[in-house]
Design a protein around this ligand. Structure first.
Ligand code: GRF
Length: 208
């Protein structure tokens, strides 16, 4: 089976990108990360990609006051390279219509909570873990989902759960969740590349 070309969109640290690179290196994923696109110039994720000789592209979100233009530019760059799967990994911009249309069921995001709770606008980074702790829930975790028109609303591929303990802080919870993210994202990408994800309305069925 031919390897699927993967494009990873980032804005920050890139630890999830690193988990995907590592999974690819040990042959866990039948795909090849072909380009890493960042919305921020100083994203450390870019260094990680360069170290592994992966093509990098910096598309400055600040230079596109029109969000639609930004979405179009990113979408075209991905299409030009024959990207078959897009992974949003800490990408801090919301991509609109063109992207979702072109990459429907071929773009994933990872969110540091158990969706559909604690998702949507304003719930990113430490805001998520603060809200989780404040709410009093006893479990949190991460969610890998397909990207649709909404914010954190697409079909859920898989989730991993961590306990929320009485002495957890947003920082300690973030750390625990991130560890699970690094397992969940490669797993989801591997299933996609093996052609084992079937979408039925809002449900994602993992085929044997
Ligand atoms: C992760 O917590 C992810 O769930 C969220 O952004 C963070 C990115 O971290 N979408 P990193 O850049 O992969 O280290």
């Amino acid at each position: 089976m031919e390897k699927i070309k993967i494009g990873v969109l980032v804005s920050g640290e890139g630890t999830n990108l690193q988990a995907l690179i590592d999974a690819q290196d040990v042959g866990e994923v039948n795909g090849i990360i072909s380009v890493v696109i960042s919305s921020k110039k100083d994203a450390y994720a870019l260094q990680r990609a360069k170290k592994h000789n992966i093509e990098t592209l910096f598309l400055d979100v600040k230079r596109y006051p029109d969000k639609l233009e930004y979405t179009k530019t990113i979408t075209e760059e991905l299409k030009k390279r024959g990207i078959g799967l897009v992974c949003l990994a800490g990408f801090m911009s919301i991509l609109g219509f063109y992207f979702v249309e072109d990459f429907r069921n071929r773009a994933m995001n990872i969110h540091p909570a158990l969706l559909p709770a604690f998702g949507g606008k304003g719930l990113y980074g430490h805001h998520v873990h603060e809200a989780v702790i404040k709410s009093g829930v006893k479990s949190s975790g991460c969610t890998v989902h397909f990207v649709d028109e909404g914010c954190d609303t697409g079909p859920i591929i898989l989730q991993k759960v961590v306990p929320v303990l009485d002495d957890d802080t947003p920082e300690s919870l973030a750390e625990k969740v991130l560890k699970e993210e690094h397992k969940a994202y490669p797993e989801a990408v591997s299933l996609f590349c093996a052609g084992r994800l079937k979408i039925e309305d809002k449900r994602v069925i993992i085929e044997e």
